[in-house]
Write a protein that binds this ligand. Structure first.
Ligand code: B12
Length: 315
């Protein structure tokens, strides 16, 4: 059993709850870890996990915690009949209420994050993202954890027109986590990369992800953020002389290629102009503009151009 035993952090992330919540459930309701290895912290067994899963589900459905804990402690032998059916209904709702966020083939941590997002539990969301960033780095966290959950929210929203509050809260938590990365990894040289959203574009998270991924490898950048009109972008380029500019467009509505042409004609033309995001159509991009396929490629291109500029003789 010892090698199956789980730490509090793993259990919290799997359930999508904060570690402090686990602690409270242990102290107040006796739902603690039962595995004891001498000289180590107590560990959770799979039976503890299934009890906690019942606790999480019942409290999320509005059952009072003391009552939920009574049922959880009696598991797996006994669960209340009205909560025993865990199957998903055809309309995507779970028995007992609430919609779920589809995360495709993403793993248990993404499902935990999706649950925490549904509960609007910013502490659990923040802990899960921070742990993933520290363990797996920005690119993997983006591709395997955040992107599936964000895309799942988009999918569910497109069908139900709901989950706007979930989308806003999660976006804020993601943005905060990426910003924290840039504080943990201060840049080693001048910021020679400029990240900007296209005019009227409000989807900023991919640029926050890129900013964090660059920080992780010691490359500084400036992020102008959402809805940048072309004259403001040109002004920023003129004043900061970046080696590379990344212009993000998430939807066709914000992907006017004239923005890129204006940038290429600017007096301080950057060495590299990247048109990033699903908004851009490859066949409409001006010559000289590069379109990355994903975050990893955007990072490599930006790092490469910065290194090539570092090698240029000073003028
Ligand atoms: C969060 C979100 C918002 C938040 C954004 C918050 C923020 N600070 O960023 C808010 C609430 C502001 C918002 C607003 C709107 N949104 Co919105 N939003 C989303 C959501 C859920 C996630 C966006 C995201 O970050 N995606 C990141 C990943 C998940 O996107 P991806 O395309 O798969 O990313 C891959 C590629 O782009 C590629 N890639 C290529 N190059 C590069 C370079 C880099 C650096 C990176 C990182 C990646 C990359 O790799 C990526 C994977 O890593 C999406 C759903 C979705 N599927 O994206 C909807 C979505 C994009 N939104 C949508 C819509 C319609 C809107 C609104 C028009 C809603 C409205 N009526 O107001 C507005 C648009 C405002 C505007 N003018 O920009 C639609 C767009 C449909 C379309 N194709 O036209 C979507 C798809 C939801 C849906 N299914 O309906 N949104």
């Amino acid at each position: 059993m010892a090698d199956e035993a789980l730490s509090a952090g793993v259990v919290a992330r799997t359930l999508g709850v904060a570690v402090t919540t686990l602690r409270t459930w242990h102290q107040r309701y006796g739902l603690g870890p039962s595995e004891h290895v001498p000289g180590h912290h107590r560990r959770y067994t799979s039976t503890d996990l299934s009890r906690l899963e019942i606790m999480r589900r019942l409290t999320a459905e509005g059952v009072n915690p003391a009552e939920a804990a009574r049922w959880a402690r009696r598991a797996p032998a006994l669960t209340p009949p009205e909560h025993a059916d865990r199957s998903t209904r055809p309309d995507g709702t779970r028995a007992g209420g609430g919609t779920t966020i589809p995360v495709g083939r993403a793993g248990p941590v993404a499902r935990g994050l999706a649950r925490a997002a549904m509960r609007l539990d910013s502490a659990a969301i923040g802990e899960t993202i921070a742990h993933a960033l520290a363990t797996d780095g920005v690119v993997t966290t983006w591709d395997t954890l955040l992107r599936p959950v964000l895309a799942g929210i988009g999918e569910r929203h497109a069908v139900t027109a709901g989950l706007i509050e979930v989308e806003h809260l999660l976006s804020r938590c993601v943005s905060e986590a990426f910003t924290a990365m840039t504080r943990v990894h201060p840049a080693t040289g001048p910021a020679r990369i400029l990240l900007s959203c296209a005019d009227e574009e409000q989807h900023t998270l991919p640029l926050d992800a890129l900013g964090a991924a660059l920080a992780e490898v010691g490359v500084g950048c400036r992020i102008l953020g959402a809805r940048v009109p072309v004259p403001a972008l040109v002004e920023a380029v003129t004043r900061t002389g970046p080696a590379a500019v990344v212009l993000w467009s998430h939807t066709r509505a914000t992907a006017d290629p004239d923005q890129l042409s204006t940038l290429l004609a600017a007096p301080h033309r950057p060495l590299l102009v990247l048109a990033a995001g699903p908004g851009w159509r490859a066949d409409t991009l001006p010559v000289g503009v590069v379109r990355p396929v994903d975050l990893a490629e955007a990072v490599s291109l930006a790092v490469a151009v910065r290194e090539s500029q570092d090698r240029l003789p000073m003028s």
